[in-house]
Write a protein that binds this ligand. Structure first.
Ligand code: MTE
Length: 288
Protein backbone atom coordinates (compact mmCIF):
# COMPACT_ATOMS: atom_id res chain seq x y z
CA UNK A 1 0.00 0.00 0.00
CA UNK A 2 1.37 3.44 -0.89
CA UNK A 3 1.73 6.09 1.77
CA UNK A 4 -0.95 8.17 0.05
CA UNK A 5 -3.41 5.33 0.40
CA UNK A 6 -2.41 4.97 4.04
CA UNK A 7 -3.16 8.65 4.63
CA UNK A 8 -6.47 8.28 2.84
CA UNK A 9 -7.22 5.28 5.04
CA UNK A 10 -6.71 7.40 8.13
CA UNK A 11 -9.10 10.06 6.90
CA UNK A 12 -11.63 7.37 6.14
CA UNK A 13 -11.51 6.00 9.67
CA UNK A 14 -12.05 9.45 11.11
CA UNK A 15 -15.11 9.87 8.93
CA UNK A 16 -16.57 6.59 10.09
CA UNK A 17 -15.72 4.33 7.15
CA UNK A 18 -15.66 1.59 5.92
CA UNK A 19 -18.68 1.21 3.71
CA UNK A 20 -21.80 -0.81 4.35
CA UNK A 21 -21.31 -3.65 1.94
CA UNK A 22 -24.08 -5.95 0.86
CA UNK A 23 -21.35 -8.45 -0.01
CA UNK A 24 -17.75 -9.14 0.99
CA UNK A 25 -15.50 -6.28 0.02
CA UNK A 26 -11.79 -6.30 -0.63
CA UNK A 27 -9.33 -3.57 0.19
CA UNK A 28 -7.65 -2.23 -2.94
CA UNK A 29 -3.87 -1.86 -2.62
CA UNK A 30 -1.68 0.79 -4.18
CA UNK A 31 -4.32 3.48 -4.63
CA UNK A 32 -2.81 6.78 -5.73
CA UNK A 33 -4.36 10.18 -5.04
CA UNK A 34 -5.55 12.24 -8.02
CA UNK A 35 -5.28 15.95 -8.80
CA UNK A 36 -8.91 15.72 -9.97
CA UNK A 37 -10.14 15.13 -6.41
CA UNK A 38 -12.21 17.73 -4.61
CA UNK A 39 -11.37 18.73 -1.04
CA UNK A 40 -15.07 19.00 -0.19
CA UNK A 41 -16.37 16.89 2.69
CA UNK A 42 -16.84 13.28 1.66
CA UNK A 43 -20.35 11.88 2.14
CA UNK A 44 -20.33 9.07 4.75
CA UNK A 45 -20.08 5.60 3.19
CA UNK A 46 -23.17 4.54 5.13
CA UNK A 47 -25.24 7.03 3.11
CA UNK A 48 -23.66 6.33 -0.28
CA UNK A 49 -24.16 2.58 0.15
CA UNK A 50 -27.76 2.67 1.39
CA UNK A 51 -29.25 5.48 -0.73
CA UNK A 52 -29.00 4.20 -4.29
CA UNK A 53 -30.55 4.39 -7.71
CA UNK A 54 -30.33 0.95 -9.29
CA UNK A 55 -33.59 0.08 -11.00
CA UNK A 56 -32.46 -3.47 -11.80
CA UNK A 57 -32.83 -4.16 -8.08
CA UNK A 58 -35.40 -1.69 -6.79
CA UNK A 59 -36.94 1.71 -7.42
CA UNK A 60 -36.65 2.55 -3.71
CA UNK A 61 -33.48 4.25 -2.55
CA UNK A 62 -33.01 1.71 0.26
CA UNK A 63 -33.86 -1.32 -1.88
CA UNK A 64 -30.63 -2.04 -3.81
CA UNK A 65 -28.44 -2.46 -0.70
CA UNK A 66 -30.73 -5.31 0.38
CA UNK A 67 -31.78 -6.80 -2.97
CA UNK A 68 -28.25 -6.82 -4.48
CA UNK A 69 -26.76 -8.70 -1.51
CA UNK A 70 -26.24 -11.98 -3.39
CA UNK A 71 -25.61 -10.57 -6.86
CA UNK A 72 -22.75 -12.55 -8.46
CA UNK A 73 -19.93 -10.33 -9.71
CA UNK A 74 -17.36 -13.11 -10.39
CA UNK A 75 -16.66 -14.65 -12.79
CA UNK A 76 -17.50 -11.58 -14.94
CA UNK A 77 -16.67 -11.07 -18.58
CA UNK A 78 -16.65 -7.76 -20.40
CA UNK A 79 -17.02 -7.83 -24.18
CA UNK A 80 -15.40 -5.03 -26.19
CA UNK A 81 -16.70 -4.94 -29.75
CA UNK A 82 -17.88 -2.83 -32.68
CA UNK A 83 -15.42 -0.49 -34.40
CA UNK A 84 -12.27 -2.14 -33.01
CA UNK A 85 -9.68 -4.25 -34.86
CA UNK A 86 -11.07 -7.39 -33.17
CA UNK A 87 -13.78 -8.24 -30.71
CA UNK A 88 -12.26 -9.10 -27.32
CA UNK A 89 -13.73 -10.69 -24.22
CA UNK A 90 -11.91 -9.74 -21.02
CA UNK A 91 -12.13 -11.09 -17.50
CA UNK A 92 -13.09 -8.07 -15.41
CA UNK A 93 -10.01 -8.56 -13.22
CA UNK A 94 -7.80 -8.19 -16.29
CA UNK A 95 -9.47 -4.85 -17.04
CA UNK A 96 -8.98 -3.72 -13.45
CA UNK A 97 -5.25 -4.48 -13.83
CA UNK A 98 -4.86 -2.38 -16.99
CA UNK A 99 -3.69 0.69 -15.04
CA UNK A 100 -2.89 1.79 -11.48
CA UNK A 101 -5.88 2.48 -9.26
CA UNK A 102 -6.47 6.12 -8.40
CA UNK A 103 -8.74 7.65 -5.83
CA UNK A 104 -11.01 10.25 -7.44
CA UNK A 105 -13.05 12.20 -4.95
CA UNK A 106 -15.82 13.51 -7.19
CA UNK A 107 -19.07 15.39 -6.73
CA UNK A 108 -21.95 13.26 -8.05
CA UNK A 109 -25.18 15.08 -8.97
CA UNK A 110 -28.32 13.07 -9.62
CA UNK A 111 -30.86 14.43 -12.10
CA UNK A 112 -33.40 14.17 -9.24
CA UNK A 113 -31.71 17.03 -7.36
CA UNK A 114 -29.59 15.32 -4.70
CA UNK A 115 -25.82 15.10 -4.59
CA UNK A 116 -23.01 13.27 -2.82
CA UNK A 117 -19.19 13.42 -2.69
CA UNK A 118 -17.61 10.00 -3.20
CA UNK A 119 -14.02 8.72 -3.10
CA UNK A 120 -14.29 6.43 -6.13
CA UNK A 121 -11.43 4.12 -7.13
CA UNK A 122 -10.55 3.44 -10.75
CA UNK A 123 -8.65 4.94 -13.65
CA UNK A 124 -9.48 7.01 -16.71
CA UNK A 125 -11.57 5.12 -19.25
CA UNK A 126 -9.07 6.39 -21.84
CA UNK A 127 -6.65 3.72 -20.53
CA UNK A 128 -8.94 1.02 -21.91
CA UNK A 129 -9.49 2.96 -25.15
CA UNK A 130 -5.70 3.13 -25.64
CA UNK A 131 -5.43 -0.64 -25.29
CA UNK A 132 -8.27 -1.61 -27.62
CA UNK A 133 -7.37 0.99 -30.29
CA UNK A 134 -10.77 1.80 -31.83
CA UNK A 135 -10.90 2.24 -35.60
CA UNK A 136 -11.28 5.62 -37.29
CA UNK A 137 -15.02 5.03 -37.79
CA UNK A 138 -15.59 4.87 -34.01
CA UNK A 139 -17.28 8.10 -32.95
CA UNK A 140 -19.23 6.95 -29.90
CA UNK A 141 -19.05 4.35 -27.14
CA UNK A 142 -22.08 2.40 -25.96
CA UNK A 143 -22.09 0.72 -22.55
CA UNK A 144 -24.53 -1.99 -21.47
CA UNK A 145 -25.35 -3.36 -18.03
CA UNK A 146 -25.54 -7.13 -17.63
CA UNK A 147 -28.91 -8.67 -18.43
CA UNK A 148 -29.64 -11.17 -15.68
CA UNK A 149 -33.34 -11.14 -14.80
CA UNK A 150 -32.88 -14.20 -12.57
CA UNK A 151 -30.68 -12.13 -10.29
CA UNK A 152 -32.07 -8.65 -10.97
CA UNK A 153 -35.73 -8.50 -9.99
CA UNK A 154 -36.23 -5.09 -11.63
CA UNK A 155 -35.43 -6.62 -15.03
CA UNK A 156 -38.53 -8.79 -14.63
CA UNK A 157 -40.65 -5.62 -14.65
CA UNK A 158 -41.15 -3.05 -17.39
CA UNK A 159 -40.12 -0.02 -15.35
CA UNK A 160 -37.35 0.58 -17.93
CA UNK A 161 -36.32 -1.12 -21.16
CA UNK A 162 -33.64 -3.69 -20.35
CA UNK A 163 -30.73 -4.02 -20.39
CA UNK A 164 -29.72 -0.51 -19.24
CA UNK A 165 -27.72 1.28 -21.94
CA UNK A 166 -25.64 4.44 -21.82
CA UNK A 167 -23.36 6.20 -24.24
CA UNK A 168 -20.75 8.86 -24.79
CA UNK A 169 -19.18 10.61 -27.72
CA UNK A 170 -15.66 9.24 -28.18
CA UNK A 171 -14.04 12.57 -27.20
CA UNK A 172 -16.11 12.63 -23.99
CA UNK A 173 -15.05 9.06 -23.26
CA UNK A 174 -11.41 10.06 -23.83
CA UNK A 175 -11.61 12.93 -21.32
CA UNK A 176 -9.40 12.10 -18.32
CA UNK A 177 -12.26 12.81 -15.88
CA UNK A 178 -14.29 9.91 -17.33
CA UNK A 179 -13.61 7.20 -14.77
CA UNK A 180 -13.77 3.44 -15.21
CA UNK A 181 -14.58 2.60 -11.62
CA UNK A 182 -14.25 -0.58 -9.57
CA UNK A 183 -14.02 0.70 -6.01
CA UNK A 184 -15.02 3.28 -3.44
CA UNK A 185 -13.75 4.22 0.03
CA UNK A 186 -10.58 2.23 -0.64
CA UNK A 187 -12.40 -1.05 -1.24
CA UNK A 188 -14.03 -2.93 -4.11
CA UNK A 189 -17.42 -1.57 -5.15
CA UNK A 190 -20.41 -2.75 -3.16
CA UNK A 191 -22.95 -4.51 -5.39
CA UNK A 192 -25.53 -1.75 -4.94
CA UNK A 193 -23.06 0.85 -6.21
CA UNK A 194 -22.34 -0.96 -9.47
CA UNK A 195 -19.91 -3.84 -8.88
CA UNK A 196 -17.83 -5.07 -10.47
CA UNK A 197 -17.35 -2.24 -13.00
CA UNK A 198 -19.13 1.05 -13.65
CA UNK A 199 -18.57 4.44 -15.15
CA UNK A 200 -18.37 7.67 -13.18
CA UNK A 201 -18.87 10.87 -15.21
CA UNK A 202 -18.84 13.67 -12.66
CA UNK A 203 -19.91 16.49 -15.03
CA UNK A 204 -23.04 14.62 -16.12
CA UNK A 205 -26.21 13.69 -14.28
CA UNK A 206 -25.76 10.47 -12.34
CA UNK A 207 -27.84 8.28 -14.65
CA UNK A 208 -25.05 8.46 -17.26
CA UNK A 209 -22.76 6.66 -14.76
CA UNK A 210 -23.88 3.16 -15.74
CA UNK A 211 -23.37 0.25 -13.32
CA UNK A 212 -22.41 -3.42 -13.77
CA UNK A 213 -21.04 -3.03 -17.31
CA UNK A 214 -20.59 -6.19 -19.39
CA UNK A 215 -20.54 -4.78 -22.95
CA UNK A 216 -18.58 -1.86 -24.38
CA UNK A 217 -19.23 -1.14 -28.04
CA UNK A 218 -17.42 1.42 -30.19
CA UNK A 219 -19.81 2.65 -32.83
CA UNK A 220 -20.33 5.20 -35.59
CA UNK A 221 -23.88 5.96 -34.39
CA UNK A 222 -25.01 7.91 -31.35
CA UNK A 223 -26.25 5.39 -28.78
CA UNK A 224 -29.88 5.61 -27.71
CA UNK A 225 -29.59 5.56 -23.94
CA UNK A 226 -32.19 3.99 -21.66
CA UNK A 227 -33.50 7.14 -20.01
CA UNK A 228 -33.77 8.94 -23.34
CA UNK A 229 -35.80 5.99 -24.64
CA UNK A 230 -37.98 6.09 -21.55
CA UNK A 231 -38.78 9.85 -21.68
CA UNK A 232 -37.11 11.63 -24.63
CA UNK A 233 -38.42 15.07 -23.67
CA UNK A 234 -36.96 14.76 -20.17
CA UNK A 235 -33.61 12.99 -20.56
CA UNK A 236 -31.19 13.67 -23.38
CA UNK A 237 -28.07 12.02 -24.70
CA UNK A 238 -25.66 14.56 -23.21
CA UNK A 239 -27.24 15.13 -19.78
CA UNK A 240 -24.51 17.51 -18.69
CA UNK A 241 -25.22 19.07 -15.31
CA UNK A 242 -26.61 22.50 -16.19
CA UNK A 243 -28.34 24.78 -13.67
CA UNK A 244 -29.71 26.89 -16.55
CA UNK A 245 -31.62 24.06 -18.22
CA UNK A 246 -34.44 22.82 -16.03
CA UNK A 247 -35.93 19.37 -16.16
CA UNK A 248 -39.46 19.81 -17.60
CA UNK A 249 -40.89 18.92 -14.18
CA UNK A 250 -38.43 20.59 -11.77
CA UNK A 251 -35.68 23.19 -11.48
CA UNK A 252 -32.05 22.13 -11.79
CA UNK A 253 -30.75 25.39 -10.28
CA UNK A 254 -29.99 23.87 -6.88
CA UNK A 255 -29.42 20.54 -5.17
CA UNK A 256 -29.49 18.96 -1.74
CA UNK A 257 -26.23 17.37 -0.63
CA UNK A 258 -27.12 14.23 1.36
CA UNK A 259 -26.83 15.02 5.05
CA UNK A 260 -27.34 18.76 4.59
CA UNK A 261 -30.53 20.67 5.27
CA UNK A 262 -30.21 23.73 3.04
CA UNK A 263 -29.99 23.44 -0.71
CA UNK A 264 -26.86 24.66 -2.48
CA UNK A 265 -26.59 26.12 -5.98
CA UNK A 266 -25.83 23.62 -8.74
CA UNK A 267 -22.71 24.44 -10.73
CA UNK A 268 -22.32 24.36 -14.53
CA UNK A 269 -20.88 20.96 -15.48
CA UNK A 270 -21.16 20.20 -11.75
CA UNK A 271 -18.12 22.44 -11.26
CA UNK A 272 -15.96 20.51 -13.78
CA UNK A 273 -15.41 23.45 -16.14
CA UNK A 274 -12.45 21.66 -17.76
CA UNK A 275 -14.94 19.75 -19.94
CA UNK A 276 -16.50 22.94 -21.41
CA UNK A 277 -14.40 22.83 -24.59
CA UNK A 278 -16.01 19.47 -25.50
CA UNK A 279 -19.24 21.37 -26.07
CA UNK A 280 -18.04 24.68 -27.53
CA UNK A 281 -20.42 26.00 -30.18
CA UNK A 282 -23.22 23.65 -29.11
CA UNK A 283 -26.63 24.86 -27.95
CA UNK A 284 -26.83 23.16 -24.57
CA UNK A 285 -30.57 23.83 -24.30
CA UNK A 286 -31.15 21.76 -27.41
CA UNK A 287 -28.44 19.22 -26.63
CA UNK A 288 -29.60 18.55 -23.08
N1 MTE B 1 -26.94 1.98 -13.76
C1 MTE B 1 -27.83 0.98 -13.92
N2 MTE B 1 -27.46 -0.12 -14.58
N3 MTE B 1 -29.10 1.05 -13.42
C2 MTE B 1 -29.54 2.18 -12.77
O1 MTE B 1 -30.72 2.20 -12.34
N4 MTE B 1 -29.00 4.42 -11.95
C3 MTE B 1 -28.22 5.61 -12.29
C4 MTE B 1 -26.72 5.34 -12.25
N5 MTE B 1 -26.39 4.09 -12.90
C5 MTE B 1 -28.64 3.26 -12.59
C6 MTE B 1 -27.31 3.10 -13.09
C7 MTE B 1 -28.54 6.77 -11.45
S1 MTE B 1 -30.03 7.52 -11.73
C8 MTE B 1 -27.66 7.28 -10.54
S2 MTE B 1 -27.96 8.73 -9.73
C9 MTE B 1 -26.44 6.56 -10.19
O2 MTE B 1 -26.31 5.31 -10.89
C10 MTE B 1 -26.43 6.27 -8.71
O3 MTE B 1 -25.23 5.68 -8.32
P1 MTE B 1 -25.05 5.27 -6.77
O4 MTE B 1 -26.25 4.46 -6.37
O5 MTE B 1 -23.78 4.51 -6.68
O6 MTE B 1 -24.99 6.59 -6.01
Amino acid sequence: MTSAAAVAGLVFRELGYPAQHASASTKIDGIKPSPFSTTETVTPAKDVTTYNNYYEFSTDKGGPSVAAKDFKTRPWKVTVEGQVPKKQVFEVDDIIKMASPEERIYRHRCVEGWSIVVPWVGFSFSELIKRVQPLGKAKFVEFTTIYSPGQMPGQRSSVLEWPYVEGLRLDEAMHPLALLCFGMYGESLPNQDGAPLRLVLPWKYGFKSIKAIDHIKFTDKQPYNTWQRSAPSEYGFYSNVNPQVDHPRWSQASERRLGEFRKRPTLMFNGYEQVASLYSGMDLKKNF
